[in-house]
Write a protein that binds this ligand. Structure first.
Ligand code: PRP
Ligand code: URA
Length: 212
C-alpha cells in the first residue's frame, strides 16, 4: 500500500487508462507501442505541468482586444536514458525552447542498483526553474532517486517526476528520500517481482519502445 501522505498524482482519465492498457498488452508490437507511448507522454506532460505559473497579457484578436497568458516558469527536462526519451520528445514538441539534460542510468540486472554512465549538467541552474525528471518506469526507485539527487543539490524551485507506471515500493522510496518531489503517473501497480519488474506493469519499457 502507498502511504496516504505520498505526493503521487495518478491520472485516471479514460483516455490515459485506455492508452496505458495498449502499452500493457504483450501483443502490442513495437511500432504501435512507440506511438501509444508518445500519446501517453503528451497526456502526462499536460497533467504534470498544470500548476505552471502564468502572467496575464493582452492579445489582439481579429474581433478586438482580449486577455491571455504567457508561461513564466523556467522549465528543465531531464529524461532518464533510454526510455525517458519518449517523454522528452513529447515535452519538447510542446515546449520547443526547453532545456534538456540527459541522464544515463542503467540498472544492474543482479543488484538492481542504478549505475550512472552519463550526466552532463551545469554547476547551477536558474533558481526559479522547475525540473521534470522523465522516466516511464518507477520500479525500485533507484534510478529516480539517483536522477533527482543530481538536481536536488542545486537551488531549483521544484522537482517533478513523470512516469507511466509506478510500483508502491518506488513511490515510497522517492517520497521518503525527497518528500517535496511530486510524482505524476498513469498507475501505481501492485508490486515488484523478484527481478525488480513492476507487476503487472508493461514489461521492459526501453526494449519495447526501441524494439530491442
Ligand atoms: C529501466 C527504466 C528505468 C529503470 C527503473 O531502465 O526505464 O530507468 O529501469 O528501474 P528502477 O526504478 O528499479 O531503478 P533500464 O535501467 O532498464 O535502462 P534502459 O532504459 O536503458 O533499458
Ligand atoms: N524497468 C522496466 O522497463 N520495467 C519494469 O517493470 C522495471 C524496470
Amino acid at each position: 500500500m502507498v502511504a496516504t501522505d505520498t505526493k503521487v498524482h495518478v491520472v485516471n482519465h479514460p483516455l490515459v487508462q485506455k492508452t496505458l492498457t495498449g502499452l500493457r498488452d504483450l501483443q502490442t508490437p513495437s511500432p504501435e507501442f512507440r506511438a501509444l507511448a508518445q500519446r501517453l507522454s503528451y497526456f502526462l506532460i499536460y497533467e504534470a505541468l498544470k500548476d505552471l505559473n502564468v502572467r496575464q497579457v493582452g492579445v489582439e484578436t481579429p474581433v478586438g482586444p482580449g486577455t491571455g497568458v504567457v508561461l513564466t516558469d523556467y522549465i528543465i527536462l531531464a529524461p532518464v536514458l533510454r526510455a525517458g526519451l519518449v517523454l522528452a520528445d513529447a515535452a519538447q514538441e510542446l515546449f520547443p525552447n526547453v532545456r534538456i539534460y540527459h541522464i544515463g542510468l542503467k540498472r544492474d540486472e543482479k543488484t538492481l542498483e542504478a549505475q550512472s554512465y552519463y550526466a552532463k549538467l551545469p554547476d547551477s541552474l536558474p533558481p526559479d526553474c522547475r525540473v521534470f525528471i522523465l522516466d516511464p518506469m518507477l520500479a525500485t526507485g533507484g534510478s529516480a532517486v539517483a536522477a533527482i539527487s543530481l538536481f536536488d543539490k542545486m537551488d531549483v524551485k521544484a522537482i517533478h517526476l513523470v512516469s507511466f507506471v509506478a510500483s508502491p515500493e518506488g513511490v515510497e522510496k522517492v517520497n521518503k528520500a525527497f518528500p517535496n518531489v511530486k510524482i505524476t503517473t498513469a498507475a501505481v501497480d501492485d508490486h515488484l517481482n523478484e527481478h525488480g519488474y513492476i507487476v503487472p506493469g508493461l514489461g521492459d519499457a526501453g526494449d519495447r519502445i526501441f524494439g530491442t
